[in-house]
Design a protein around this ligand. Structure first.
Ligand SMILES: NC(=O)c1ccc[n+]([C@@H]2O[C@H](COP(=O)([O-])OP(=O)(O)OC[C@H]3O[C@@H](n4cnc5c(N)ncnc54)[C@H](OP(=O)(O)O)[C@@H]3O)[C@@H](O)[C@H]2O)c1
Length: 327
């Protein structure tokens, strides 16, 4: 079979589309013919060798998320038949391939007739639905600001927050990206390259600021979030793509002790050891998707063989929306 292999850590050029050995099905495993691969920020960090958590050593086939149909079932696996549509979340990778062999626990049986390309976005929604269900942990929020939200996680974040009845203000680095934010359901979209983010967020919230910021970038400008945060507001860190803040964030918090701001880090890896909860959340997301309340739109469909080009475009921030690869 064909697969994309990372033979050494590096730039997009290390993604080679080559012939590899077809994996064998063991007891408890399922073979899936891949129909769509969900491309994630983590895939680039795996490729570069910078992912901080459970990073494999090259050579490996990247990708943790795919949808497809069941092609072979190992002994001891019940409840699946050949041809069933499934979603795969396999933390050890292997999704950038024509076929995957995974333990049956990593498979979710999808409803018949589901759009397998749209279903490749399910993991984006699981990550953020989990965040809104569990990560908030009692934090009351009527409004949320989501910077840099033009990717798949941003799409899911916006739609999950709208399901929770929140006012959503999101930002992107282009006019096309901002249009996409509104299409996904954001109430306000800010171009953070040309606009005044703090002023626009304050204006959209009648000067009060937002109750929550959902940040996956952090970086030098991180402390700007405090200027648009309401009292008792919380900044959630989903990643730190742009590195550390320029100034010590605790200094801002100490300067405004009456505001009682909070910072929390959050990751869906919290469910790596609680898979029943992950499965529970996955079922909820599938129901919300089937009922049309989660609507992945504007999906970029690219060929699996073009994975290197896709990673290069992502690195240049030329991709807008959720990207999937199809074998
Ligand atoms: N904690 C969790 O459980 C969890 C789960 C899923 C995802 N995440 C994180 O959520 C983020 C988004 O994931 P994704 O798959 O949607 O990613 P993505 O599509 O690759 O990127 C999303 C957006 O982030 C902006 N961006 C990309 N690289 C950047 C950089 N170096 N500095 C600043 N902004 C950058 C771009 O928006 P603009 O160019 O429009 O600004 C891009 O459209 C990632 O950081 C990922 O690790 C966290």
């Amino acid at each position: 079979m064909k697969a994309v292999v990372v033979s050494r850590f590096g730039g997009p050029e290390v993604l080679q589309y080559v012939e590899v050995k077809t994996p064998r099905v063991g007891s408890g495993d399922v073979r899936v013919m891949v129909r769509a691969v969900g491309v994630h920020a983590a895939d680039a960090m795996w490729r570069e060798g910078t992912y901080p958590y459970a990073l494999p050593k090259p050579p490996f086939v990247p990708g943790q998320i795919a949808t497809g149909v069941v092609a072979e079932i190992g002994s001891g696996v019940e409840g699946l038949t050949i041809g069933n549509p499934v979603h795969v979340l396999h933390l050890l990778g292997g999704a950038y391939a024509e076929q995957m062999v995974v333990p049956h626990e990593d498979i979710i049986h999808l409803p018949d007739g589901i759009d397998l390309q749209a279903a490749a976005c399910i993991t984006d929604y699981i990550a953020t639905w989990a965040f809104f269900q569990d990560g908030f942990s009692g934090h009351e929020a009527k409004s949320v600001f989501m910077p840099n939200s033009t990717g798949g996680t941003g799409m899911a974040n916006i739609q999950c927050a709208k399901q929770k009845g929140m006012q959503v203000i999101a930002s992107g680095s282009s006019e096309a990206g901002c249009r996409r934010l509104i299409e996904w359901g954001a109430d306000h979209a800010i171009n953070h390259k040309t606009g005044d983010v703090i002023a626009e967020v304050l204006s959209a919230t009648a000067g009060r600021g937002v109750d929550a910021v959902l940040d996956h970038v952090a970086g030098p400008a991180f402390n700007d979030h405090f200027a648009l945060l309401a009292p008792d507001g919380m900044i959630f860190i989903m990643n730190t793509l742009a590195g550390a803040p320029r100034e010590n964030p605790f200094a801002q918090m100490r300067l405004h002790p009456d505001r009682c701001w909070k910072i929390r880090s959050w990751s869906t890896h919290v469910y790596d050891r609680h898979s029943p909860r992950r499965q529970d959340l996955t079922r909820q997301v599938i129901d919300l998707m089937v009922s049309g309340r989660f609507r992945p739109t504007g999906i970029n469909k690219q060929l699996l063989a073009e994975a290197g080009l896709v990673h290069a475009l992502r690195g240049e921030r030329k991709l807008i929306g959720k990207t999937i690869l199809v074998p």
